[in-house]
Design a protein around this ligand. Structure first.
Ligand code: AMP
Length: 405
């Protein structure tokens, strides 16, 4: 089966065409600067070099038309016609409490995703635009919505409730939802397969450390807690996001900086994190790693604070699961920045973690980085959210009796 995976943002549209049998991608690309000047598509056909294709894309409908043209005509083509696409898997950021798994998209699903716009105003509206644009060109092709929040819907009440009046939850649905679910799901399962452990009997902590970052506790195949919350602002210190903060800071900062709540939230989302801690030096860990190695105070401060927060979440989740068997590192920083993994693992001796420094210096593949006698196995597991969306899409078709070969 050929699956088109779509990840639609407000001004971008990422796509990947994947063969569900080989689980290999056939083509992938990103429509960038949609609705802005100088829009273009970066595109790679399997076996060929990446190319940038200029394209006038004033809106997402035009972007989809361009994607169709690229996939089906000229040198870039990998399909003889659009009918070769068996199903479309859409990444949707917020599924609220409605969706605990991937679902076939129909009018009711679209209405619920629309209702959830207010919980994810930057993401769900863009995801809906992508769904509707695709529906116009692929009228009879089944489409599946795969939600970032769905994997975390197994969290128990004590983990997802905030300590606020209960009717705030009842009336306004204010609770922890968690994000990066497709990555946490993919990495926890892949780690157990790779380590020959029974997923349903293993306690896994996944550290998804990218520009956005979150930790999750996956006990016996089910997420029981995660660090992101009502929005992706809670939890770890991230590239530009503050993560956890005393809520009273918001009013105080607003007064001192002569701004309002919106202005403060903007600071917490866009000017904080390792970027803010390094005094605006960089949000990119490649720069911060260089700065740390050169003993630059801003980089050192940012890297140490980042690692300290991850360390605290690992301790909290080991406690929440009454133990931990496997700790996984994934995403841009988790997969690539060995110094971050070392700074964290060197402080996990109380759990019986021993790092294998030689293994920790490698990158790019599933890899155990703890020593054979380490009580907890530590592994680097590269994430693959598109592949997880593919698998969940196929599962969804199967459940709905719509699987074609
Ligand atoms: P992500 O959001 O998963 O794409 O991760 C982005 C973060 O990963 C940025 O802070 C990058 O600096 C970091 N990153 C990505 N690739 C590398 C690399 N090869 N070496 C070090 N850090 C990297």
């Amino acid at each position: 089966m050929k699956i088109l995976v779509i990840n639609c943002g407000s001004s971008s549209l990422k796509f990947q065409l994947i063969d569900s049998v080989t689980e290999d991608w056939l083509a992938k690309g990103n429509c960038e600067r949609i609705g802005i000047d100088n829009s273009f598509v970066s595109y790679t056909k399997k076996g060929s070099d990446k190319v940038n294709i200029d394209a006038d894309m004033p809106d997402h409908n035009k972007a989809i038309e361009k994607v169709v043209e690229i996939l089906t005509t000229g040198d870039t083509a990998v399909l003889s016609s659009l009918s070769e696409i068996d199903v479309v898997g859409h990444r949707v950021v917020h599924g609220g409490e409605y969706f605990n798994e991937a679902v076939l998209i129909d009018d009711d699903v679209i209405a619920k995703i629309t209702e959830l716009n207010e919980l994810a105003p930057l993401h769900n509206p863009a995801n809906l635009i992508g769904i509707k644009a695709l529906q116009k060109v692929l009228k009879d092709t089944p489409m599946v919505a795969v939600f970032d929040t769905a994997f975390h819907q197994t969290m128990p009440e004590e983990a997802y409730l905030y300590g606020i009046p209960y009717d705030m939850y009842v009336k306004h649905h204010i609770r922890k939802y968690g994000f990066h679910g497709t990555s946490h799901s993919f990495v926890s399962r892949t780690a157990c397969e790779f380590l020959n452990k029974d997923y349903d009997k293993t306690k896994v902590i996944v550290c998804h450390l990218g520009n956005g970052a979150s930790v999750s506790a996956v006990k016996n195949g089910k997420c029981i807690d995660t660090s992101m919350g009502f929005t992706p602002l809670e939890g770890l210190i991230m590239g530009t996001r503050s993560g956890d903060i005393d809520p009273a800071v918001i009013e105080f900062m607003a007064q001192k900086e002569n701004t309002d709540v919106k202005g403060v939230i903007n600071i917490l989302n866009k000017k904080s994190g390792v970027f803010g801690l390094s005094e605006g030096f960089s949000s990119d860990f490649r720069d911060l790693e260089d700065g740390y190695n050169a003993n630059k105070p801003g980089s050192t401060r940012a890297v140490k604070a980042f690692c300290y927060k991850v360390l605290k979440y690992i301790g909290a989740y080991a406690a929440a699961m009454n133990g931990v068997d496997v700790i996984c590192f994934t995403a841009g920083i988790g997969e690539n920045t060995s110094i971050v993994r070392k700074l964290i693992c060197d402080n996990l001796g109380y759990l019986g973690v021993t790092l294998d420094e030689e293994a920790n210096s490698k990158r790019g593949f599933n890899n155990v980085i703890s020593t054979p006698d380490s009580k907890v196995t530590v592994a680097v597991i590269p994430t693959n959210e598109e592949l997880e969306i593919t698998r969940l899409t196929v599962n969804c078709l199967e459940k709905n009796g719509k699987l074609c070969k």
